[in-house]
Design a protein around this ligand. Structure first.
Ligand code: HEM
Length: 274
């Protein structure tokens, strides 16, 4: 059986970026806030091409119907009319659009990419679950939620308490900074019972918080992320059912997202498809 060795992360990056938009892979992305994205072209000054792209070149290149119906999320944002407290309307300013663009690209890239690569690691370390997935594609919905819970790609976000409160017996005073550890909550035995540490793609009652706890800042891209994870594992099961790890993953040194840089795998190539 011919098997080939491959590094998975770069084509996953391409897939996710393609889903966000026709954005070049060597894009320069802000390196502030401890966030580092792969494939940065260091000859480009961070921000330059990135924000120029955000500020119109993408839109000029895209064919937008005159009535602007069915357009992408970015065009909706640039078109958005915001009603201010005094009743006047305005649009998002260029710096606001720049930051929103950076948010969308980074939030939609570092997260799904690592959910997929770490999800594959989870499958490879629990081969029975991979075999179960191949035999039971109808488990897609619970599989996606379990990949999200088990991999929990965002490690933490910090929030500021707006009122005095008590959480888990801990008093929190208004104004205090609170760090939410999503992977910890996603392995909480009080919520998930004695199987909290298991990877079970048929898990029901899976109220994980990988996308946040459901407040006003709940992940904007949750459904896109779910679709990407579903499609990727459906295609991996179909095209590479004998995929195996071929060595340890290379991890990214980063505290915000639990990230995989390279994941060596072997698989038997299936015939090319048009
Ligand atoms: C597995 C994939 C993903 C995970 C684990 C994830 C996780 C999160 C988390 C934990 C938050 C904060 C929620 C809160 O504060 O309540 C968030 C917010 C956000 N996410 Fe995601 N995310 C993912 C994919 C995406 C994608 C694909 C996009 C867009 C393309 C996206 C865009 C955003 C945005 C714009 C926010 C801020 C929302 C706001 O502040 O109102 N995310 N995400």
């Amino acid at each position: 059986m011919l098997k080939i060795r491959a590094i998975l992360s770069s084509f996953i990056v391409s897939l996710v970026l393609a889903a966000v938009g026709a954005f070049a892979q060597d894009a320069a992305i802000q390196e502030g806030h401890g966030i580092v994205v792969a494939n940065i072209d260091r000859s480009v000054k961070p921000g330059d091409d990135f924000y120029r792209f955000a500020n119109g070149e993408w839109i000029k290149r895209t064919e937008i119907p005159p009535d602007r119906s069915g357009v992408d999320v970015w065009t909706k944002l640039t078109d958005a009319q915001i009603t201010m407290e005094d009743g006047t309307t305005t649009t998002l300013t260029d710096p606001e659009l720049d930051l929103f663009f950076a948010l969308l690209v980074v939030a939609g890239n570092e997260t799904t990419r690592n959910a997929i690569s770490k999800g594959l690691m989870a499958f490879m370390e629990h081969r029975d679950q991979w075999d179960r997935w191949i035999a039971h594609p109808e488990l897609a919905d619970t599989m996606v939620e379990e990949v999200l819970r088990y991999t929990s790609p965002v490690n933490f976000f910090r929030r500021t308490a707006t009122a005095d409160t008590e959480l888990g017996g801990q008093h929190i005073t208004a104004g205090q900074k609170v760090v939410l550890w999503y992977p910890s909550a996603n392995r909480d035995e009080a919520e998930f019972g004695p199987t909290a540490d298991d990877f079970d793609i048929g898990r029901v009652e899976n109220h994980h918080v990988a996308f946040g706890g459901g407040g006003p800042h709940f992940c904007l891209g949750a459904n896109l992320a779910r679709l990407e994870i579903k499609m990727m594992f459906e295609e991996l099961a179909r095209r590479m059912p004998d995929i195996e790890l071929a060595g340890p993953p290379a991890r990214l040194r980063m505290n915000l997202v639990d990230a995989v840089k390279h994941l060596p795998v072997t698989f038997t190539p299936s015939p090319a498809e048009n």
